[in-house]
Design a protein around this ligand. Structure first.
Ligand SMILES: [Zn+2]
Ligand SMILES: [Zn+2]
Length: 573
C-alpha cells in the first residue's frame, strides 16, 4: 500500500511542459508513480480535483543561514512554508555565518548586527564542515542548499583589511574555499558591493571561483553595482565565470534607474501617471541600462556560456543602511563607519561624496563608487524596515523623508544620526512606488527565459521583512500569470522549480516524476495570490493549500502542521 495518493489534480511538473491530469502516489520521501492510479489504495488520499500539483518551490536566492541559530527559527520560517518553499539556497551575496573562526568572529558578528541579526560571538561551529554538522543536528524546516561565501573567508584570512590580497592570503582563502566545497557546498558566492567583497580585485574572485569550478561548483554573485554601472558589473561576473570555468548565477537582476533630480517629482507624479496609464497605457520608465546588461547576458548565452539569473518579483528591495555610504566610508566594517559618521569633518566628507560622486567603475579607489543608491532613487523611495533599539522602533515601516521632517533634520543628517544611534543596525527598503506603471521598468525584461525566482528576504530581529518573505512565489503564480499575463502557469512554475534545480545541479528535485523527491505544492490556480505589500508585509498568501516536504505534510489546508522539521541539508556528493 502506498503512503499517500494525490487524486485528480492537474500536474504541472516543473519542466515547463503543458499541465496534465494525473494522480501522484508517494512512498516514503519519494514520488512512487504519476498516472492514472484510480485502482491504488493508499494510507492517505488527498482529493485535489480542480487544483494543481507542482514541485515545491526552490528559493534560489536566500540568506536563511544567517538566522538559523535563533531560538525561534522554526516559527521564523513559517511564512516560507506557507508560500510553498521547500528548498532554499543559502549563503548568497557573499554572506554566511560560516566559516566562523574565533580570532575574527567579532567582525562577522558586527556584519550580522548591521543586518539586524544578533549573533553569538562564539557559535557552535568553526569550519564549514562543523556548520553542516550543526545544521543537520538542528533540524531544518526546509531543504538547505549551502554555498561557500566569500565574505567570511576573506574576513577569516584578512580581518578588516581593505586592500587587495597578497599571494599568501590568496592561498589561505583558496584552501578555505576548497574546504567548503569538500564539505559539500554547491558553489561559491560573492557580494561585490558589500564589505569585504567590495575590496576584492576581479583576479582574486577568479582564483577562488576556479577552486569551486574545478570541483563542479557554480558561481553565484551579487554583482559590483546595480546602478548606472550595472552592465560593467554584469560583464565582470561573466568574465569571472569564463575564466574560472564556473556556470554563473546572476542574483536579483535589477538596476535602479538613474532618476537624479527627477526622483522627487516622480514620486509625487506617480499617482497622476498611474491614472493616465489606466486610460492610455504609458510606456514604463526607460531603463536602457538594464536592457544593455541583459544584452551582454544574451551574447554570453549565444556563445554557449552557462548563465542563469534570478529576480525578486517586486519593484522593491531591501539592504542595510551601510550601502547608502561610499565604499571608503565602510572600510573596516560597520563599527568604523559609525566612528566616521561621529566625526563632524569626516561626516561632511561622506555627505559630499553621497551628494556629488558620480558612478564610476570599479570602486576600488578612494573617490570612486559604482553603486550610489541615493543618486539613483533619491530619498523619496526609501523607508526604514528595522532598527535595533526600542527607542526608535516607531520608525519601522515609515519613510525616511517623513521621519526627517518630523525630527527637523535634513534627510542626510537624519540617517547619519540614526546610523550612529543604532550602531549601524538599520535595514532599508528601497525601490519605486509599487504601482503597475512603475512595474513596467522590470516586467519589460522579466520574460527572459533564463530568469528564475528568488525571495532574497532577510528576517531581521525587529520590524517587518520585505513583502517577498510572505508572498514571493504566490505572486508569480497569481499576479505574474493572471494579472500581468507574463507567463503561462507552466512557465511560471518552471521558473520557481525545475529551472532553479538545474542551475545548481539538484537532479531529483524541482520536478514531479517517478523517483523524484516528494517535495510538492498543491494550489488553486484560479485563486492563488500574494497579499503582502509594502504597508502590510506579513499577510499570508491565498490559494497555497498543501505543502509536502520529503514526503511529509508541512502545510495542510493552508495551515502549518506542527511536528518534527522535515527539511534536510542537501550536500553535493
Ligand atoms: Zn545581494
Ligand atoms: Zn541577497
Amino acid at each position: 500500500m502506498i503512503d499517500m495518493l494525490i487524486q485528480g489534480a492537474t500536474v504541472i511538473d516543473g519542466t515547463g511542459r503543458k499541465g496534465f491530469r494525473a494522480d501522484v502516489a508517494l512512498q516514503g520521501d519519494r514520488i512512487a508513480e504519476v498516472g492514472n492510479l484510480s485502482d491504488s489504495s493508499a494510507r492517505e488520499v488527498l482529493k485535489a480535483d480542480g487544483k494543481a500539483v507542482c514541485p515545491g518551490f526552490i528559493n534560489i536566492h536566500s540568506h536563511d543561514d544567517l538566522y538559523v541559530s535563533r531560538a525561534d527559527y522554526l516559527k521564523l520560517f513559517e511564512p516560507y512554508l506557507r508560500q510553498g518553499i521547500t528548498t532554499t539556497v543559502i549563503s548568497n551575496c557573499g554572506w554566511s555565518p560560516s566559516p566562523w573562526f574565533r580570532k575574527n568572529g567579532h567582525i562577522l558578528k558586527g556584519l550580522l548586527f548591521s543586518m539586524g541579526i544578533s549573533a553569538d560571538a562564539a557559535p557552535e561551529w568553526e569550519t564549514q564542515q562543523d556548520f553542516h554538522g550543526y545544521l543537520s543536528a538542528r533540524g531544518l524546516p526546509m531543504n538547505f542548499v549551502p554555498l561557500v561565501a566569500h565574505g567570511p573567508i576573506r574576513i577569516a584570512v584578512m580581518g578588516e583589511e581593505n586592500r587587495f590580497c597578497t599571494p599568501a592570503e590568496l592561498g589561505e582563502m583558496k584552501a578555505l574555499v576548497r574546504q567548503g566545497m569538500e564539505a559539500g557546498c554547491w558553489g561559491f558566492s560573492t557580494g561585490l558591493t558589500y564589505f569585504p567583497g567590495v575590496y576584492a580585485h576581479t583576479d582574486e574572485i577568479v582564483e577562488l571561483a576556479l577552486v569551486a569550478g574545478k570541483m563542479g561548483g557554480r558561481y553565484a554573485t551579487h554583482v559590483r553595482g546595480h546602478g548606472a554601472t550595472y552592465p560593467l558589473a554584469v560583464e565582470e561576473a561573466l568574465e569571472i565565470a569564463r575564466r574560472s570555468g564556473c556556470g554563473v548565477q546572476l542574483a536579483h537582476v535589477f538596476c535602479a534607474p538613474y532618476l537624479g533630480l527627477f526622483a522627487a517629482p516622480l514620486y509625487y507624479l506617480v499617482g497622476v501617471l498611474e491614472a493616465v496609464n489606466q486610460v492610455v497605457p504609458l510606456p514604463g520608465l526607460p531603463n536602457g541600462v538594464l536592457k544593455k546588461a541583459l544584452r551582454k547576458v544574451d551574447q554570453a548565452l549565444d556563445q554557449g556560456q552557462d548563465v542563469g539569473m534570478d529576480f525578486i518579483p517586486y519593484v522593491l528591495g531591501n539592504t542595510t543602511v551601510t550601502q547608502l555610504y561610499p565604499p571608503w566610508a565602510n572600510k573596516g566594517g560597520t563599527a568604523r563607519l559609525v566612528d566616521r559618521l561621529r566625526d563632524p569633518a569626516t561626516r561632511a566628507r561622506i555627505r559630499q561624496d553621497v551628494e556629488r560622486l558620480k558612478p564610476r567603475w570599479p570602486h576600488w579607489e578612494e573617490g570612486s563608487w559604482s553603486d550610489n543608491y541615493l543618486k539613483s532613487l533619491g530619498w523619496h523611495m526609501m523607508q526604514i524596515l528595522s532598527v535595533a533599539s526600542d527607542r526608535n522602533r516607531f520608525m519601522e515601516g515609515r519613510r525616511i523623508l517623513d521621519l526627517a521632517r518630523q525630527a527637523g533634520k535634513d534627510p542626510f543628517e537624519f540617517i547619519a544620526d540614526l546610523t550612529v544611534e543604532e550602531s549601524g543596525s538599520v535595514s532599508i527598503l528601497f525601490g519605486l512606488p509599487p504601482r503597475p506603471w512603475t512595474e513596467k521598468v522590470f516586467t519589460s525584461i522579466q520574460g527572459h527565459p533564463a530568469l528564475s525566482v528568488g525571495a532574497d528576504t532577510i528576517f531581521a530581529e525587529h520590524g517587518a521583512p520585505p513583502p517577498s518573505g510572505y508572498g514571493c512565489f504566490p505572486r508569480i503564480l497569481g499576479h505574474y500569470v493572471r494579472d500581468l499575463g507574463l507567463y503561462s502557469i507552466e512557465n511560471a512554475v518552471h521558473r520557481c522549480t525545475g529551472l532553479s534545480a538545474s542551475r545548481f545541479g539538484l537532479t531529483d528535485r524541482g520536478k514531479v516524476e517517478k523517483g523524484a523527491h516528494a517535495d510538492l505544492v498543491i494550489f488553486d490556480p484560479a485563486t492563488v495570490r500574494d497579499r503582502a505589500t509594502m504597508e502590510n508585509p506579513t499577510l499570508y498568501p491565498e490559494g497555497i493549500e498543501h505543502v509536502i516536504l520529503n514526503g511529509k505534510r508541512v502545510v495542510r489546508e493552508g495551515q502549518t502542521v506542527s511536528g518534527q522539521p522535515a527539511g534536510r541539508l542537501l550536500l553535493r556528493s
